[in-house]
Write a protein that binds this ligand. Structure first.
Ligand code: AHG
Ligand code: MN
Ligand code: MN
Length: 376
């Protein structure tokens, strides 16, 4: 298709900005810096095992300068107690480096940093907080399956903007409804950037020739009805009753209460699952379970659940803890985990109804209970 038929990300942002005649341009500059970070991470991911290739300058083949990018060498343990892949660390560095100099951010927070990141003293401080998971699904890196980056933009509290003081954890503890924008990049067969600045959801595909994100998905909507669900079924013995019931009913298919067959997917990369659901519907569940009593979910509220929840709701879907809208949750800690269910609206509402019923079950069918595949 000729270039003139497609908008670039820059053009889209400028056109959106015309809604706000007083806007300074800081927000657009921030999103463009995030997009540049995603392009750099896309290149690092694309080199895969070639990142091991010895080069004269010690960097990776192709001049990314990223060195070894697969395997576990060069990583550490993050604040979650999880092993970091080298690409987790590299992606985090790319995000902070691309966004700390422009004067748009007051501070940042990331899955890979225990504490908030302070804008270095030589750079001006801005009015936004950037919160991100720089590489989501990184267990998939070594097997060449899609990974992504996911980010959320919040306003810095007035006291931060006025004083230029260092940011602290409490500055980031804002509910998802306060997000100014959210997005993700998906490093799959194509690299895509999916974004919401509060007026619906749009998708851009990276044109590898131009190195530009081009608008390819102008108005993304989650289909309301679906026959596809995603959950890590190896955790089934730890699920609560409402989730067991929902999955059992899906598995029962045509012969069960849903009266239709369901399909199942599990990529183990939330960004990729969210993208599939935005494209063709479905429901994703990483619910609260009893596997580890010290945590009430697997995914992190501020930089996984909230940005994905914002995008899904902007696309007409729903995101929930199972009990309430995830975007309404008041965070209590930077790295807080939460149960997350998102996707096609009617399915998520059904799961919420199951949670609202005593014991998660209203009319147990003895026949159905006997046939349950996931009874504990
Ligand atoms: P991360 O790689 O940032 O730690 O996130 C991985 C998350 C999420 O993307 C995915 O849905 C989930 O963890 C996978 O969990 P399982 O290992 O239980 O499949
Ligand atoms: Mn993640
Ligand atoms: Mn991650």
């Amino acid at each position: 298709m000729p270039l003139s038929h497609r908008s670039t990300l820059t053009q889209y942002l400028i056109e959106q900005r015309r809604r706000y005649p007083g806007a300074s341009g800081d927000f657009n500059a921030l999103i463009l810096d995030v997009a540049l970070a995603c392009k750099a991470i896309a290149r690092a991911v694309a080199f895969g095992e070639l990142g091991h290739a010895p080069c004269q300058d010690g960097g990776a083949v192709g001049g990314t300068g990223v060195g070894t990018v697969v395997g576990n060498v060069g990583g550490g343990i993050n604040v979650q107690g999880e092993t970091q892949k080298p690409l987790d660390v590299i992606s985090n560095d790319v995000f902070t480096r691309m966004n700390d100099w422009g004067g748009h951010c007051a501070g940042m927070a990331s899955e890979e940093m225990d504490d908030p990141y302070q804008i270095p003293p030589q750079h001006p401080r801005g009015k936004y907080l950037l919160v991100f998971d720089p590489l989501d699904g990184s267990s998939n890196i070594d097997v060449n399956v899609s990974v992504g980056s996911v980010f959320s933009v919040l306003r810095a509290p007035q006291s931060v903007v006025e004083s230029g003081r260092d940011v602290v954890e409490a500055d980031f503890l804002q509910p998802g409804t306060h997000q100014v924008a959210a997005g993700y990049a998906l490093y799959g067969p194509t690299t895509m950037l999916v974004l919401s600045v509060g007026h619906g959801v749009v998708g851009f595909t990276l044109d590898p020739n131009l190195g530009e994100f081009m608008l390819t998905h102008a108005h993304i909507q989650v289909p309301a009805e679906t026959q596809e669900f995603a959950i890590n079924a190896s955790n089934s013995r730890f699920w609560e009753a409402p989730i067991k019931r929902y999955v059992d009913e899906c598995l029962a298919g045509k012969t069960g209460p849903r009266g239709k067959d369901f399909n199942m997917r599990w990529i183990a990369s939330m960004v990729a699952e969210a993208h599939r659901i935005l494209m063709r519907g479905g429901v994703f569940m990483y619910p609260r379970d009893t596997k580890d009593p010290s945590r009430c979910g697997r995914l992190r509220l501020l930089y996984e659940a909230n940005p994905i929840g914002y995008i899904i709701e902007q696309a007409g879907g729903r995101a929930s803890t199972g009990r309430a809208a995830v975007l309404g949750v008041q965070p209590t800690a930077l790295h807080q985990r939460i149960g997350l269910v998102f996707g096609s609206k009617h399915e998520v509402e059904r799961i919420e109804r199951y949670h609202a019923q005593p014991h998660g079950v209203d009319m147990p069918s003895p026949l159905f209970a006997e046939r349950s595949l996931f009874r504990s």
